[in-house]
Design a protein around this ligand. Structure first.
Ligand code: ZN
Length: 398
């Protein structure tokens, strides 16, 4: 968003409003849309307080926002077509109401609508959060106008995450362990050792903030089945699961970090091969095949229950990759998808981080010391902070 531009428009609005004297109505001076984890947010800058209510309509899917009368002074084509929003229209509905119609691509629900009071250079901001829902819940909530009186009256900004009394539970999963060493580096460094040290260090960084309860799936050199790692995350009620790994590849020149989220369809052959390799960990531990089987049934269940979780996981990856990129080398298409067994907790957003390549001499050296690992881990800690901050602002729980 462009704060300066919004400010200029507000100034223009104020000046114009001044000329119109007593007849001045609140002016919508800017509109912005943004995609957050699992939802689309639309913000209207408005010069004064407005009343509002919202409702949804089908054929085609729309969200309607009725505001007390406002003047619309927004450049055409601003703020539309992001996330679920496919278009935006504005009209005077009657003598007391101005109407904003938000065209959406699929059934949605208004998660929240509220008015933020002026702050700094910003005027009032009307905020509406829209999230996809299934047909049934759409049908249930359709039509009935929702007044959002309480929220509007309170008009308090969303709680900053740092004041949140409830700690988030982050489960860190050091890859491999025990009989399963994972990848072996060019000079013999074992992945299972690197991942355990990294997870312990990341735990410390996160705990220092006072915002997280951090649990490790293993805190010693022992073998742990993939499904037990998933079970630990679920039992702990994890808000986020981060499996920590370091890759190896035949081409020794390849280096850099990457991040993986779950998908039944791999984004590319390399991601598929990596998932297959990581999923073999259970076999190395001598677990009979049938215990890691029923993939087909699992795939169907995942398709239904996990879409929201998968969106959130991808949301985290989209935050983490640029953070990693600021501090360390990352792969060119550093966010990839594949069917990792360890990422299959249906309700826990989960990612797998490959911190680098042990098959590369420089990456191996970097990942072998606490000092070398530090930039990667700080990037992840920063990403975790940002991920939960966005959830808090979006107000969708975590
Ligand atoms: Zn691994």
């Amino acid at each position: 968003m462009s704060g300066r531009k919004a400010f200029a428009l507000i100034l223009a609005g104020v000046l114009l409003g001044g000329c119109a004297a007593a007849a001045a109505r609140p002016v919508v001076t800017d509109v912005r849309t943004g995609e957050h984890v699992g939802l689309t947010r639309l913000v209207l800058d408005v010069t004064e307080k407005v009343d509002f209510h919202t409702f949804t309509l089908a054929d085609p899917y729309r969200v309607v926002v009725d505001l007390s009368q406002v003047d619309w002074r927004v450049a055409p084509g601003k703020g539309d077509r992001k996330g679920v929003i496919s278009g935006l229209r504005f009209a005077q509905f009657d003598r007391r109401t101005s109407r904003v119609v938000i065209d959406v691509r699929e059934p949605v629900k208004v998660r929240k609508a509220f008015l933020l009071p002026p702050r700094g250079k910003l005027a009032y901001r009307f905020v509406i959060d829209i999230a996809p829902v299934d047909e049934a819940s759409f049908a249930n909530s359709m039509g009935a106008p929702k007044k959002w009186v309480e929220r509007a009256a309170k008009s308090s900004p969303p709680e900053p995450p740092r004041k949140s009394a409830v700690k988030r539970v982050v489960v860190l999963d050091p890859g491999h362990g025990g009989v399963d060493p994972g990848a072996i580096g060019v000079s013999g460094v074992q992945e299972k050792t690197v991942t355990l040290s990294a997870a312990r260090e990341l735990k410390k960084i996160l705990e220092r903030t006072g915002r997280y309860d951090v649990i490790l799936t293993r805190n010693s050199d022992r073998f742990l089945r993939l499904r037990d790692r998933v079970a630990k995350a679920r039992e702990a009620g994890a808000h986020l699961f981060v499996s920590v790994h370091a890759d190896s590849i035949r081409r020794r020149g390849v280096r850099g970090a990457s991040i993986y989220t779950l998908s039944e369809k791999a984004s590319d052959a390399e991601a598929a091969a990596l998932a297959a390799k990581e999923n073999k960990a259970d076999l190395l531990g001598g677990v009979p095949l049938e215990e890691v089987g029923d993939e087909v049934v699992e795939a169907i269940l995942i398709d239904v229950a996990q879409r929201d979780t998968m969106n959130r996981s991808a949301g985290f990856a989209n935050i983490a990759l640029p953070e990693l990129g600021k501090r360390v080398r990352t792969l060119r298409n550093g966010h990839r998808f594949a069917g990792f067994a360890v990422l299959k907790a249906p309700e826990v957003p989960s990612v797998l981080v490959e911190m680098g390549y042990l098959s590369n001499r420089r990456d191996e050296r970097m990942l072998s010391t606490a000092k070398g690992r530090r930039p990667v881990l700080e990037a992840l800690a920063k990403a975790i902070d940002r991920y939960f901050a966005e959830i808090d602002i979006a107000g969708v729980g975590g």
